[in-house]
Design a protein. Structure first.
Length: 96
C-alpha cells in the first residue's frame, strides 16, 4: 500500500488569494454590486412614493411592496455590516 504525502497537495494561502477562479468576482466587487442594488431599490421606492403622492398612475400596493423591499434590503445590509464588524473585532482581539 502506497501512501501519498499530503503536504505537496496543499497550496500556500498567498497563492490562493491572488488567483480567483475563472468566472467569479472578488468580494469587494460583489459587495459593491449588492450595495448598488440596495441603493437602486431605495431610489425606486422613493420614486414610486413621489409619483403616488403627485397623483400618478401608481397603485398603493406597488408602493408598499417597493418600500418594504427597500427596507428589508437595508436591514439585511445592516446585519451583514454588524457581523463583519463583529468578526473584525474578534480578529483584532486574538493573541498571536
Amino acid at each position: 500500500m502506497k501512501i501519498n504525502p499530503g503536504l505537496p497537495l496543499l497550496t500556500p494561502l498567498s497563492n490562493q488569494a491572488t488567483k480567483p477562479e475563472a468566472g467569479t468576482e472578488s468580494f469587494s466587487a460583489m459587495l459593491k454590486s449588492q450595495l448598488q442594488k440596495v441603493e437602486q431599490s431605495q431610489i425606486k421606492a422613493d420614486a414610486l412614493t413621489q409619483e403616488m403622492m403627485t397623483g400618478g398612475k401608481v397603485e398603493l400596493h406597488e408602493v408598499l411592496i417597493a418600500t418594504e423591499e427597500a427596507r428589508l434590503m437595508l436591514e439585511l445590509t445592516m446585519q451583514v455590516r454588524n457581523k463583519v464588524m463583529e468578526a473584525y473585532k474578534e480578529m483584532m482581539n486574538m493573541q498571536l
